[in-house]
Design a protein around this ligand. Structure first.
Ligand SMILES: NC(=O)c1ccc[n+]([C@@H]2O[C@H](COP(=O)([O-])OP(=O)(O)OC[C@H]3O[C@@H](n4cnc5c(N)ncnc54)[C@H](OP(=O)(O)O)[C@@H]3O)[C@@H](O)[C@H]2O)c1
Length: 341
């Protein structure tokens, strides 16, 4: 089978198309004939230097997101059938409940081979069915960005109708957060570096928008938009340079979901504001199989359409990664595993 993997050493130069023997499912395992994959910000970092202390030894098949059709099942499989369309799940050992070290230990495209392959063999609990109305590329976007946004707002955040939610940027996690917040009946403020992207965010349901380049003090502006009292929930993907603004925007007792560190990973914000505003800082690391299933049910029920910006052919993974790194995308960047899609 064809794969796209990091070989010999960590670097973009060693990220190459290659082949491996076709895998076959053993007891309790299923084989997924992959059709589509999707990129996440982490995929820019993994080939350069690995990601964390528990990386799989090289070679490593890239990417954590994808979707495909189950084409074989091993002995003893009871919950998955041949012909079912599924997503491999981001965390292969987190079926439900709170995060634990063990549950966070096996993610695709990092500690375990990823989705950039013609076939993946996984435990039956390591895949989950996909809402029927989605095309293969939309389905491929769900395991990482969508589950992260879902767990931030619904699982941990417990947002309620009428809550005010602020979403930073228009990347994969943030557009899912916008869509889920709207599903939950919340009012949503979106920030972006681009007026054109903000116009598109309004078409997706954003109630208010702020260009964080032309309004550098966007935290205060968001507070004003929320009527002076602050917003209830913030989806924080910027990190070092944005947390201070988020602390200005949040209402007393509000929740900031710490998801990304796009502008840096050090803490450089007023801890006094965290204390005096009674702010809940909630770290989020994707989510569990149960989160995926609950989210999929909501996506199916509301016929939600994930936003796919662009699809690249399998051989163009480097171009897809460069496009993601450029920041020009709105929503998700995908890759076609099969040439006929
Ligand atoms: N904790 C988790 O479980 C988890 C899961 C997924 C992702 N993440 C992290 O979350 C972050 C976003 O991931 P993603 O996959 O959604 O990335 P992405 O699709 O590449 O989106 C990044 C977007 O964020 C916005 N942005 C960049 N720098 C910003 C800044 N300084 N302030 C505000 N917005 C900024 C930009 O939007 P505009 O172009 O509109 O300005 C950019 O397009 C990354 O750090 C990623 O590692 C964490």
């Amino acid at each position: 089978m064809k794969v796209f993997q990091v070989e010999e050493q960590w670097s973009r130069e060693h990220l190459r198309p290659s082949t491996r023997p076709d895998p076959h499912p053993g007891p309790g395992e299923v084989r997924v004939a992959m059709r589509a994959a999707a990129l996440n910000y982490r995929d820019l970092l993994v080939p350069q230097r690995g990601y964390g202390a528990r990386m799989q030894a090289l070679p490593l098949i890239m990417l954590s997101d994808g979707a495909g059709i189950v084409d074989a099942v091993g002995p003893g499989v009871t919950t998955v059938a041949v012909g079912e369309r599924v997503c491999p799940l981001f965390f292969q050992s987190w079926t439900g409940g709170p995060a634990t070290g063990r549950r966070l230990g096996r993610s695709l495209g990092c500690e375990v081979d990823g989705t950039m392959a013609e076939y993946r063999v996984l435990p039956e609990a390591g895949v989950a069915p996909v809402p029927a109305h989605l095309d293969d590329f939309q389905a491929a976007t769900l395991p990482t960005a969508a589950v992260t946004a879902w767990r931030a707002l619904i699982g941990e955040g417990r947002v309620r109708p009428g809550d005010k939610v602020l979403v930073q940027g228009t990347g994969g996690v943030s557009l899912f957060a916008l869509q889920f917040a709207r599903l939950a009946g919340c009012q949503v403020v979106v920030t972006s570096s681009s007026d054109e992207k903000l116009a598109r965010a309004r078409l997706l349901g954003a109630d208010a928008t702020i260009n964080y380049r032309s309004v550098p003090d966007w935290g205060r502006r968001a507070r004003e938009i929320a009527g002076g009292g602050g917003v209830d929930h913030i989806v924080e993907v910027g990190g070092e340079n944005t947390l201070g603004h988020s602390l200005r925007a949040i209402r007393p007792g509000g929740t900031i979901s710490l998801i990304g560190v796009l502008s840096g990973g050090r803490m450089d914000a007023s801890l006094g504001l965290v204390v005096t505003r009674h702010v809940r800082l909630q770290g989020i690391t994707v989510g569990s199989r149960d989160d995926f299933l609950a989210m999929s049910a909501a996506i199916g029920q509301h016929a939600l359409q994930p936003v796919v910006d662009r699809v690249f052919p399998f051989a163009a993974l480097h171009e897809a990664l460069d496009y993601l790194a450029s920041g020009r995308h709105f929503g998700k960047v995908c890759v076609s595993i099969r040439d006929d899609l």
